[in-house]
Design a protein. Structure first.
Length: 169
């Protein structure tokens, strides 16, 4: 487990990351957690006294990573941008995302969708699953499952599907 202190930062103008609160993880610290890695990976550990797991470290170039801190995490920490955070982190090798039963049922019915879904990078599959699981109503969830299956039929990645949905919207 790697232990370090970090200042909570917030992006001003950074495209899709505008407004995100995050901590910066220098390359040397990230390499201690996952040697030789330059891609996103999940971590577990402690942020101050808050236990965390399955949080993503995302590459930002030159070997550095960031870890976004969602509002729920900041609320539990009672901290915002500018605050100091004590971190104890390691790679979360137990992190797995389960395929929702309703989505799997559709994949079973349309085998080519399952093939394309599995050809996507793990992080991209997780985008779809998280999006479905975060639906607040059963109607929204059903629409998201249908949109995901249609995206697989069209061989669209998550960002392409969202862009096409906005055009239709």
């Amino acid at each position: 487990m790697v232990e370090f202190d970090a200042i909570m930062l917030q992006f001003a103008e950074q495209g899709e990351k505008t407004g995100w609160t995050y901590i910066d993880i220098p390359a040397d610290i990230a390499l201690q957690m996952k040697p030789g890695n330059k891609k996103s990976f999940r971590v577990r550990g402690m942020l101050d006294a808050l236990p965390v797991h399955g949080m993503a470290l995302m590459p930002m170039g030159e070997g550095n990573f960031i870890m976004a801190l969602k509002a729920g995490v900041r609320k539990k920490l009672h901290k915002n941008a500018g605050a100091m955070l004590h971190c104890k982190l390691e790679e979360d090798t137990d992190y797995k995302v389960e395929i929702p039963a309703d989505l799997q049922e559709c994949f079973d019915f349309e085998p080519e969708t399952w093939e394309f879904f599995n050809s996507l990078a793990k992080s991209h599959r997780e985008y779809f699953i998280k999006w479905i699981n975060e639906a607040k109503t059963s109607e929204t969830r059903a629409k998201r499952v249908v949109n995901t299956v249609n995206a697989m039929l069209r061989k669209w990645r998550f960002n392409v599907m969202l862009r096409e949905m906005r055009k239709e919207g």
